[in-house]
Design a protein around this ligand. Structure first.
Ligand code: ADP
Ligand code: ZN
Length: 734
């Protein structure tokens, strides 16, 4: 030991172990503190968001010391994945559960006794059953980690009575450090966890709940299926979850996505156990990319490379929303969370809120209201979520939500609405704050308002068709745009000079609301594809799947997406270079080095590409986005007719639609199926003329072609031919 005075405080052994087994060279926020607690045998409650790297907090200290670390986890599937992941890194670990044979159980016991295992996973029931505790007393147990620790609290959203028994740990083993891990935000739950487990002077380590890599978006439903499709289409080939409120919707959506050529499967409680299980596994093993599910899906899923989560309807609380959307992007790479809502969702949920006593129902109603407010608001989504959970977010623009990316719609009557709001501030003699003003505008019957007689103001109830939250948002927008100003200790609103201009109709504010439907622009979002060779990435991904299948483990156990991207960025061709890539530890290099290096070398040779680049990221090639229009259900119905080779007119007659509408369907079809032959829809001589013109002025825009042809070929024909031309070009974005 280099420094004998405080060897147990040193972080170097932790970094060394992290580097050796996991291939990571730095801590994520609070990992260092949590690991030190563990090393020092101190009790702790560690709250980190999903993807915050909770597991390493107890796994790294476990490999740094002699003795056994016990991990209590609620679900067998989770434990199994964790053990697979540890073994892939070369860390000796096992889990005991009801599916093991007595022989297997005995074998594990022997490995514990021999001091061979570093981590032992089990469910709480198992810990409390039979002689487990006695057995642990005879082992060299030195720490315990409780995963999903909020399950111990009745205040939490997932209370499990069997977790209550875990207090026995501290009673029976007072000298070990017990650390509780959760992603649940509430302060009450945190304190309850410490109390229930009888932790002694626990350290509370609470990280930021913000998930900067998630791109949150909210849309009003206009054509739900088309909106879902738009997202799935944009992420074709990537893993994603689509949540629907009802089973019927799940089945319908899964079938429709499948009809569009997406690999999608349904998941809900109405399916037979084995089918549900099969579908879940297919998703984890990347045999299908999209799972369409009710909220029953997700618990016990550790899949780290979920690139999008779409909510086809509004969840019933922000807690649910955070948890479900949080299943995206565990690997820290960007992921999209799209929420599609309508006013009807609120009503549907309200009707279903019949469980429990009056207090519980009121709580559920409040949670539902907060969810709806979130949907209708035009405040930064990251900020709204983090503030809901009692934290603050630094910075003005998160750069990763529809609001900050400027994707919201300006409401039609911005001026009139702003005038109503500002004149209300004037009527209130500039003596009240935002909450109060919003309530007056909404026509609230709150006692204070009636006492002041503000229900008699001419502006009282002027915006009664809007929620208080929406009005409140608009107020904030007017402040942000400088038409109102907050002053004094109580943030009293007053009207600025430009605010008066609005009242006179001389200035026009822009009030925002969630977008109806708009294809999202991906380019503005933080993107970790910089410098990644996409084609190589796909090849590596295929290889990863083969290796994972051979070993019967999920793909991400082999390497995370983040590691694959780094490989496709740096293109290492030697073992040394590969070892330098994040996420490649000793064991993984030994096991997977050759196959991945072979893929990379071949690829670089074939394409005469430079290899062994430095880790510094390089600028990404600009991707040309063709007119991406969401596809709707009617379009899809037309697809099969086009496939049969029917003409536009025939399809229009069969479907009873106007030719112009069917033209739109055809455009979707050509784009979606990457059709390259225009002959079923355009005469050969015309095709030849259009192609020739495109040869001169390019195939990107219709107008130059139209003009070059002297205006005697119609736009519809030009669109068809140019789309086919573009479809012939290779899909890469170089
Ligand atoms: P949580 O349990 O908090 O949701 P995980 O433990 O599953 O998070 O970790 C999320 C991802 O982050 C995993 O892919 C993990 O390998 C990775 N990770 C953890 N710690 C680090 C680190 N220090 N550096 C880089 N990646 C890390
Ligand atoms: Zn934002």
């Amino acid at each position: 030991m280099p420094n004998s005075s405080a060897p147990m405080d040193s972080v170097q052994p932790l970094i060394d172990a992290m580097q050796r087994y996991w291939g990571y060279d730095r801590f994520l926020p609070l990992q260092r503190e949590a690991m030190l607690c563990s090393v020092q045998r101190r009790d702790a409650v560690v709250v980190l968001p999903t993807g915050g790297g909770k597991s390493l907090c107890y796994q790294v200290p476990a490999v740094c010391r002699d003795g056994l670390t016990l991990v209590v986890s609620p679900l067998i599937s989770l434990m199994k994945d964790q053990v697979d992941a540890l073994e892939a890194c070369g860390v000796p670990a096992a889990c005991v559960n009801s599916t093991l044979s007595p022989g297997e159980r005995k074998q594990i016991a022997e490995r514990v006794t021999a001091g061979e295992l570093k981590l032992l996973y089990m469910a709480p029931e198992r810990l409390l059953a039979g002689r487990t505790l006695d057995f642990l007393a005879d082992s060299n147990l030195c720490a315990a980690a409780i995963d999903e620790a909020h399950c111990i609290s009745a205040w939490g959203h997932d209370f499990r009575p069997e977790y209550r028994g875990l207090r026995i740990l501290k009673q029976r083993f007072p000298n070990i450090g017990v650390q509780a891990f959760t992603a649940t935000a509430s302060d009450q739950v945190r304190r309850d966890i410490a109390e229930q487990l009888e932790l002694s002077e626990p350290e509370f380590l609470v990280g930021s709940f913000d998930r900067p890599n998630l791109i949150y978006k909210v849309q009003r439903a206009s054509n739900r299926f088309g909106q879902v499709c738009e997202v799935v289409e944009r992420h074709r080939g990537e893993s994603g979850i689509v949540y629907c409120i009802s089973r019927k919707e799940v089945d319908k959506t899964a079938a429709a996505l499948a009809a569009l050529g997406h690999q999608a499967l349904p998941y809900h409680a109405g399916l037979a156990d084995d089918e549900r299980h099969r579908n879940q596994n297919a998703f984890i093993r990347e045999e299908v990319h999209t799972i369409v599910a009710t909220v029953a899906f997700g618990m016990g899923i550790d899949k780290s490379n979920v690139r999008y989560v779409v909510h086809c309807g509004m969840p019933k609380s922000l807690e649910h929303y955070q948890q479900e959307s949080g299943r995206a992007g565990r690997d820290g790479l960007e992921a999209e969370c799209q929420l599609i809502f309508s006013g009807g969702d609120f009503i549907t949920w309200s009707r279903m809120l019949t469980e429990g006593d009056a207090v519980a129902r009121a709580g559920a109603q409040r949670a539902l209201q907060a969810m709806q407010d979130y949907c209708q608001s035009a405040l930064c989504r990251h900020r709204a979520l983090v503030e809901y959970f009692g934290q603050e977010l630094g910075g003005d623009n998160c750069g990763a939500c529809d609001v900050c990316l400027g994707e919201l719609d300006v409401i039609e009557d911005s001026l009139v609405t702003a005038q109503k709001i500002i004149s209300c501030v004037v009527r209130l003699e500039e003596r009240f704050g935002g909450d109060y003003t919003a309530k007056v505008l909404s026509g609230s019957k709150e006692a204070r308002i009636l006492e002041f007689g503000h229900d008699r103001l001419s502006t009282y109830g002027l915006l009664s068709d809007q929620s208080i939250r929406t009005i409140r948002d608009w107020l904030e927008q007017l402040v942000a745009q400088g038409f109102l100003i907050k002053t004094g200790e109580f943030n009293t609103l007053s009207v600025t000079e430009s605010g008066w201009q609005v009242l006179r109709g001389k200035a026009e504010p822009q009030l925002l609301q969630p977008a109806e439907q708009r294809p999202s622009t991906r380019s503005a979002a933080p993107d970790n594809w910089d410098g990644v060779d996409r084609e190589l990435f796909e090849l590596l991904r295929t290889r990863r799947k083969q290796l994972a299948d051979e070993r019967n483990v999920p793909a991400y156990v082999v390497f995370s997406d983040a590691t694959l991207r780094d490989l496709a960025r740096q293109r290492p061709t030697t073992r040394e270079r590969m070892r330098g890539v994040r996420g490649v530890g000793d064991k993984k290099l030994a096991d997977f080095g050759e196959p991945f290096l072979a893929v990379i070398s071949d690829y670089c040779q074939q394409h005469s590409l430079a290899s062994d680049l430095a880790p510094a990221p390089v600028a990404a090639p600009v991707q040309s986005t063709s007119e991406a229009r969401p596809i709707n259900a009617s379009s899809i119905a037309a697809f099969s007719l086009f496939r049969e080779g029917l003409s536009l007119a025939e399809v229009a007659t069969r479907m009873g639609r106007a030719p112009a509408t069917v033209n739109g369907y055809l455009a979707d079809y050509l784009r979606h199926e990457r059709v390259t032959d225009p002959s079923p829809w355009v005469e050969p001589t015309i095709v030849a003329r259009i192609e020739e013109a495109a040869g001169e002025v390019g195939s990107e825009r219709l107008k130059p072609v139209f003009e070059l042809l002297g205006g005697d070929v119609d736009y519809d024909a030009i669109r068809v031919v140019l789309t086919c031309l573009r479809n012939r070009a290779p899909a890469t974005a170089e």
